[in-house]
Structure formats: structure tokens, C-alpha cells
Design a protein. Structure first.
Length: 388
């Protein structure tokens, strides 16, 4: 049977253990299905016999202290040590049993720690039980993760929080795409002594690596943002005080914090809100005195409308737009260059439109009292040939 080499928990291995694992790994990768046979041939029968006798004495020993010393001798013969194995308390349960069950438990310790099972211990290796133990560990980690996700542990504050965090956002025009914007994020940490200071993502990571009392200074919601921003800092310039966001990166921040009111927006009373709602742009005619202007109306959920002047479009894909304090997804958006130029112009006289565009728009009905038929002059057709 193929040897299994998996780790349950990180183990601090010695140089001898690394050499032991490297030796068996080379054999497994080189000989494949014949690795078990090569393992048996790689060691002398005398060494295997000596270790087998030591295992037999260890299995039958009923004295806990002497059993421990025998196990230490066995590890030494393999150039291993106690610290090279899983940090779980496996000795307590092993000391209570004897015979083959004890050797089976020892083989399980080898497999759980990621070490290859020695030749003399292989007959006692129960791979079915090892698979069950591994599955039980995965299930435990799954439900532990669900518990922390659904009911995150609240930090115990001995005193009232003495520091606060504020995330401020402001619109920054994209220099490469005029008419489109990025959302610039600034992280402010407010302390009684130092006041309001703008911090970088490196500063957020530094807070998480300090002593545990640093967490007690912030409210739980603020500390949650500090940990999250520290985890994603490698995707951005960690030394910049202003973090420009657009496209997928902006969407990632909005999905995480758009419902909690975490990000304030400059010029708005309410924080940025993102509910995943979608808007569309529909062609529209405006009549000013004797002139007709072509523009677009933004159709909000519930068939409400908004003019182009009340919308700020973000650069990047997917297309996002800010109306008031809420960010929407834009369906069927044009290219970035067209969207930026049109958002900057907002409307244009119909005389500037192309002939094909005028012809197509003429077929659209309107509800604002403007007749789209005014876009084109219709001429009565006259026959070129008359047949008698």
C-alpha cells in the first residue's frame, strides 16, 4: 500500500527529522508504486530487527516511565526526537494501552505528523483509521470556521475603548479616463493623545502584530476592519495614505463593507451603501426652446429615473456608479472611453448625431412629450420608372 504523508498540524522539525523525511520523499517520488519495496531494501535486516525487538518490548511494557524511555530509544535509532511529532497530547492515550493497539497508535502518530511509517511498524499501520481521523479533523475545522464566521468571538474590554477608526472615501478623477472616477480611501486612527492621524496599510498590519492590549483599545467593529485590511494589504501600495479603488478592487471593498456603513463619503451625510442593485441607461430627448438635445436617463430600481448630472461613474470593470451615497452596478455599459467622454458631455444637440444613430433612435417611443419623429425628415418616395 502506498505510504501516506500528510500533516495535521505544523510541527517544528529538527535537522535530523528533515533528513529523515527527505530520504523517504526521494524514494517515494523516484520509485512510485515500488517505493515500499525500495524502503525495505534501503535498510539492513539487522537494523530493522533491532528496532522490531525494541518495539516488542515497548508494546508489552506496563510501566509508563520505562515505556517512555523505550520510545525515546526507538526515536533515536530513527534519528528522530519527540519534538518532531505532532504537538497533540498523544502520549497520554498511548500509555494506557498495550500490545498491538499501542503499536497501531504509534503508527498513527507517525502518519498524523507527516512522517513515513518505518518498515517494522508498517504491519501495524491502520490507513483506514488514519483516513477517518483526518476526515474528523477536517470536519472539526469546518464547523469551527462556521462558528467563528457566524458568531465571531467578542473581545473582552476591561475599560471603554480609547481609540477609534474612521474610513473616509472621496472621489478622485481618473487621469487616464477623463469623466470617470476612482474611490480614494483614507484610514484615520483617532487617539486621545495623538489625535486624528491618517494611517497606511502597513500601519494596519503593525497594529495586528503588536501586543494583545492594542486590540482592547478599539471597538470590535473597528478591529475587524483592521484585521481585514491587514490581510489584503499586499494587493496595494502599503505605504500610500490614499488607496485608489476601481473596478473589481472597488467591488471587493463594497461587498465587504458596503452594508455596514463603514466607509464615509466626502460631501454626503450618509456613508457609502452597496446593496448589489442594478441600474440601466436609456436614450432620452430634452427640448430646450427650439433645440433638441440627446442624452441618457438612468433607470433606477422601481423605475425611478435620474439624470446624467446626478451620477458619478467609476473606472474599471465591472462598471459601477455612485448616486447619492449608494453605489450601483451598471448593466450593459459602453466601453470605458465612451462612458467617460459621455459622462463628461452628458448631452449633445441632435444635429451632431450620426445618420444611422438618428434613424435607429427614431423608432424609440418616449413618454416626456417629445416626438422622436422630429429627429428625421421623412420624404415621400417618388417612382423612378413608370410601366404602362
Amino acid at each position: 500500500m502506498a505510504r501516506i504523508s500528510k500533516k495535521k498540524k505544523p510541527v517544528v522539525s529538527s535537522a535530523k527529522a528533515s533528513k529523515y523525511d527527505a530520504h523517504h520523499k526521494v524514494i517515494n517520488s523516484t520509485y512510485g508504486d515500488f517505493a515500499d519495496l525500495r524502503h525495505q531494501l534501503s535498510e539492513s535486516k539487522q537494523d530493522v530487527s533491532e528496532r522490531a525487538k525494541l518495539l516488542a518490548i515497548f508494546a508489552a511494557c506496563d510501566d509508563s516511565q520505562r515505556s517512555w524511555l523505550l520510545l525515546e530509544d526507538y526515536f533515536n535509532k530513527l534519528n528522530l526526537a519527540r519534538k518532531d511529532f505532532s504537538q497533540d497530547d498523544w502520549w497520554g492515550s498511548m500509555a494506557k494501552i498495550q500490545g498491538d493497539p499501542r503499536l497501531e497508535e504509534l503508527a498513527l502518530v507517525f502518519m498524523k505528523s507527516g512522517h513515513s511509517v518505518p518498515n517494522e511498524l508498517m504491519p501495524h499501520a491502520n490507513f483506514t483509521r488514519f483516513a477517518q481521523v483526518e476526515q474528523a479533523e477536517k470536519d472539526y475545522q469546518l464547523f469551527k470556521g462556521l462558528e467563528e464566521w457566524m458568531f465571531p468571538p467578542s473581545p473582552s474590554h476591561l475599560d471603554a475603548p480609547r481609540a477609534a477608526l474612521r474610513v473616509a472615501g472621496r472621489l478622485v478623477e481618473d487621469k487616464e479616463l477623463p469623466g470617470l472616477y476612482k474611490l480614494g480611501i483614507e484610514i484615520h486612527v483617532v487617539r486621545p493623545r495623538t489625535g486624528d492621524r491618517v494611517k497606511t496599510l502597513d500601519d494596519m498590519a503593525d497594529l495586528t502584530m503588536r501586543a494583545a492590549h492594542e486590540q482592547e483599545l478599539f471597538p470590535a467593529a473597528d478591529w475587524s476592519f483592521i484585521r481585514w485590511s491587514s490581510g489584503v494589504r499586499h494587493d496595494y501600495d502599503t505605504k500610500a495614505e490614499l488607496i485608489p479603488l476601481d473596478g473589481a478592487e472597488l467591488l471587493k471593498w463594497l461587498v465587504q463593507w458596503g452594508k455596514s456603513g463603514r466607509i464615509d463619503i466626502e460631501g454626503e451625510k450618509d456613508p457609502i451603501e452597496f446593496l448589489g442593485r442594478i441600474i440601466e441607461m436609456e436614450p432620452h430627448l430634452e427640448k430646450a426652446k427650439s433645440n433638441l438635445y440627446f442624452t441618457h436617463e438612468v433607470i433606477l430600481p422601481g423605475r425611478k429615473t435620474c439624470s446624467m448630472s446626478g451620477v458619478r461613474f467609476f473606472a474599471g470593470e465591472p462598471a459601477l456608479a455612485l448616486i447619492g451615497s449608494e453605489v450601483f452596478l451598471l448593466r450593459n455599459s459602453p466601453s470605458q472611453e465612451v462612458l467617460g467622454s459621455w459622462a463628461k458631455m452628458q448631452k449633445a444637440p441632435v444635429s451632431k448625431l450620426t445618420h444611422r444613430l438618428l434613424t435607429r433612435l427614431r423608432k424609440i417611443n418616449t413618454t416626456n412629450g417629445v416626438d422622436w419623429e422630429q429627429l428625421c425628415k421623412t420624404h415621400k418616395a417618388t417612382p423612378r420608372f413608370v410601366f404602362e
